[in-house]
Design a protein around this ligand. Structure first.
Ligand code: TXE
Length: 494
């Protein structure tokens, strides 16, 4: 088969089926592992957005009149279908993102199914309150918003789509989802699974495209809410674009999070966490602990173990089950991360290891055609360095030493971000005392980046608005009506 025959076509999924739509503008989607073309992606145009909104409104009117239990059953069935198709969808995700297949199997598709199961199970329990009043009573109704839009980033495509769709649909809404222009594939698999599970056509529509399509969704008067996972600059554009309609917005944005290791920490565990917090998914994770603060007393011992274990990470073909680190999402992103490596060196930090483009992978295969970068560790860093202030979104770990608890808390908080934070210590009082003072929304003590669906995920400060997952998500996909019921007469002075 020549390349053309193997090429996918990524189109819209509107009203229950793939549709070529306007089909006027397209671009090529590349496999980060070797930059070969995977297929052609078609940019949605105005008429496609209108078709998606019309279809979603139709589905919403059917869906909102179902009971929570009926809605829950469709979400649970969708989760079952994803788990049944785990291998197939995981491979699509790995080809799109460049992440190791072991990650796509263990995390991406599974956590999408987890979200659908969690909110599918909760759908029947979403209810209001009843209040006894004087010769009257009151009750509240958590009502759906209508048609909601989800806009995704490229690092966890199907997880992001499901973390938005599951609560949205459980609360009775319909959703139009736009995946990142770099990863068009698996949102379409989620859309197919919803249909097979019995969702009304249009309940979960997918439109493809870049920021222009995201802006069209943001400005559309019949879309009630926008939920973004993406960068801080994009979050600000969406909030501005939603302002004139006072549209509801939730934002899951970037970070430059601290991971603090105290002198009494279990060093092997702390090193494991630092590696997970910087090199998992090639470091392309928003909540990563990229500023690793290590108390002076254990700095040398920590660095010896961190360097030795980091240099053993198996980089290579993401489709190989033995691979532990794959390719960065694009050539452009690889260039951007490489510029941060140069910046770190130019600013006087020491590149302890990594930060180079390997020619061979751990099995000796030529990987020069892919976007590979060996995991980098900088030491002798200063808080003011660009690599310690800006989100790099790549495998670049900055080590910062500290002496006292008060000092490290102040330094950890000295950022406009506030997504996550981690603390390693065996002193239970210190662990909670410190984590309570860190200005971050998603925190860990003696672990990092574990995000069970039962806990809220989201940021303080410029890392976002609102929360995903847990019961907290329900308030972002419902609007609360209060009803007062008179059992007597109207007492009137007139
Ligand atoms: O973001 P971009 P990317 C963050 C991560 C990093 C970024 C990387 O920290 O900063 O995401 O992902 C669409 N109006 N998170 O490069 O460029 C765009 O098409 C409307 C945080 O994809 O911001 C894409 O679909 N939409 C996260 C999406 O926004 C617009 C976890 C994101 O694109 C738009 C993962 C516009 N004007 C990554 N411009 C978390 N906190 O959970 C672009 N888009």
């Amino acid at each position: 088969m020549d390349n053309n025959e193997k090429r996918m076509v990524y189109t819209q999924f509107i009203d229950g089926a793939l549709t070529a739509g306007s089909n006027r503008e397209s671009w090529i989607n590349y496999n980060p592992a070797d930059n070969t073309p995977l297929g052609e992606v078609y940019q949605a145009k105005d008429e496609d957005i209108e078709a998606a909104v019309n279809s979603s409104e139709k589905a919403f009117h059917i869906w909102r009149n179902k009971t929570g239990a009926e809605r829950g059953r469709v979400l649970l069935k969708t989760a079952e279908i994803l788990r049944y198709r785990l291998e197939q969808i995981a491979l699509l995700e790995t080809q799109d993102v460049g992440k190791p297949i072991s990650e796509s199997l263990a995390v991406d598709v599974s956590s999408a199914a987890d979200a659908l199961e969690y909110f599918g199970g909760m759908a029947a329990t979403i209810h209001g309150d009843y209040v006894d009043l004087k010769n009257a009573f009151g009750y509240t109704r958590p009502e759906p918003l209508g048609v909601c839009a989800g806009i995704g980033a490229w690092n966890y495509p199907i997880q992001i789509a499901a973390w938005k769709a599951a609560p949205a649909l459980a609360c009775g809404n319909a959703m139009i989802f736009k995946p990142s222009e770099l990863t068009p594939a698996t949102a379409l698999e989620l859309a197919k699974a919803f249909m097979e599970a019995g969702a009304p056509p249009g309940l979960f529509n997918v439109v493809q495209g870049d920021g222009r399509v995201g802006a069209m969704l943001t400005g559309h008067p019949r879309i009630a809410k926008i939920s973004l996972t993406g960068s801080v600059p994009t979050g600000k554009k969406i909030l501005a674009g939603a302002a004139n309609q006072l549209k509801k917005v939730t934002l899951e944005l970037g970070g430059k999070s601290p991971l603090i290791v105290f002198e009494d920490a279990d060093i092997p565990n702390a090193v494991s966490a630092a590696m997970l917090a910087n090199f998992y998914t090639q470091g392309e994770v928003c909540s990563n602990g990229t500023r690793v603060f290590v108390q002076q007393q254990i700095l040398d011992a920590f660095l010896v173990q961190l360097k030795e274990r980091t240099e053993k990470i198996r980089i290579g073909d993401p489709a190989d089950p033995d691979t532990q680190m794959g390719a960065l999402i694009s050539k452009a992103h690889l260039e951007k991360v490489s510029r941060f490596i140069d910046s770190g060196k130019a600013s006087g930090a020491t590149l302890l290891t990594g930060g180079i483009r390997p020619e061979k992978d751990f099995k000796g295969r030529d990987i020069t055609s892919g976007n590979f970068l060996t995991p980098a560790i900088f030491t002798n860093c200063d808080d003011s360095m660009e690599i310690c202030r800006e989100e790099i979104f790549g495998p670049v770990l900055s080590i910062l030493s500290f002496d006292s608890e008060e000092e490290v808390i102040a330094r950890a908080n000295n950022t406009e971000f506030g997504l996550s934070a981690g603390v390693f210590t065996n002193d239970i009082k210190r662990g909670h005392r410190v984590i309570h003072q860190l200005q971050a929304g998603t925190c860990w003590i003696n672990n990092y980046n574990i995000t069970p669906i039962e806990l809220p995920f989201g940021g303080y400060k410029q890392s976002g608005l609102g929360r995903e997952n847990s019961l907290a998500a329900i308030q972002h996909y419902t609007q609360l009506k209060s009803v007062y019921v008179e059992l007597g007469n109207v007492e009137s002075p007139y």
